[in-house]
Design a protein around this ligand. Structure first.
Ligand code: FES
Length: 175
């Protein structure tokens, strides 16, 4: 195979960097094409492996934080007409557990859907009140009934087993 340089001058007068990397001009295209092909194959392979590991994780991994089951209280500890606070799914997610009557338990995120102020229960008026801009939400549905909020409070799914109350997930707030 004949050797050639980009400017056609002999190899001895080529710049030092070209002497350190003596790739013939004829082979330059070939190397680039080969590297490009290698790059494409490896990138595709990495993509396939990444997708496969995500699918595997979601198939066998633990549920996301917003669906983890955690005990948040006990029926003995919440009076009829009362409310207790808890955090779910994370430690920075304040929530309220409410017992408007003997047979009803509901729980909501405590963050107002207007600008995230903390809502406070006003059980006698069957509402959750936001003091920031006088918004309020219906206790039984979490829907806004007054003030600027337009979306309901995110509802926490509950389960009761032998008197123990568990949070089992966060329902998406429907507009
Ligand atoms: S933040 Fe609750 S009404 Fe504005």
């Amino acid at each position: 195979m004949s050797s050639s340089t980009p400017d056609g001058r002999p190899a001895e007068v080529q710049p030092l960097w070209r002497r350190d990397f003596p790739i013939d001009l004829d082979q330059e295209q070939y190397v680039t094409r080969r590297d490009f092909t290698k790059f494409m194959v490896l990138t595709s392979l990495a993509f396939v492996v990444g997708q496969f590991s995500i699918a595997l994780q979601s198939a066998i991994g633990s549920p996301p934080a917003s669906q983890q089951v955690r005990q948040i209280g006990h029926l003995d500890k919440i009076a009829v007409g009362g409310a207790i606070s808890f955090h779910y799914p994370g430690e920075n997610d304040p929530c309220l557990l409410l017992r408007p009557d003997e047979h009803t338990l509901v729980a909501y995120s405590q963050k107002c859907t207007h600008l995230s102020c903390a809502v406070v229960p006003q059980m006698a008026r069957k509402r959750l009140y936001c003091p920031c801009h006088e918004g309020s939400f219906d206790v039984s549905s979490g829907r806004p009934v007054a003030g600027p909020p337009r979306r309901p409070l995110p509802r926490i799914r509950l389960e009761v087993r032998d008197g123990a109350i568990f949070a089992t997930g966060v329902e998406k707030s429907l507009a």
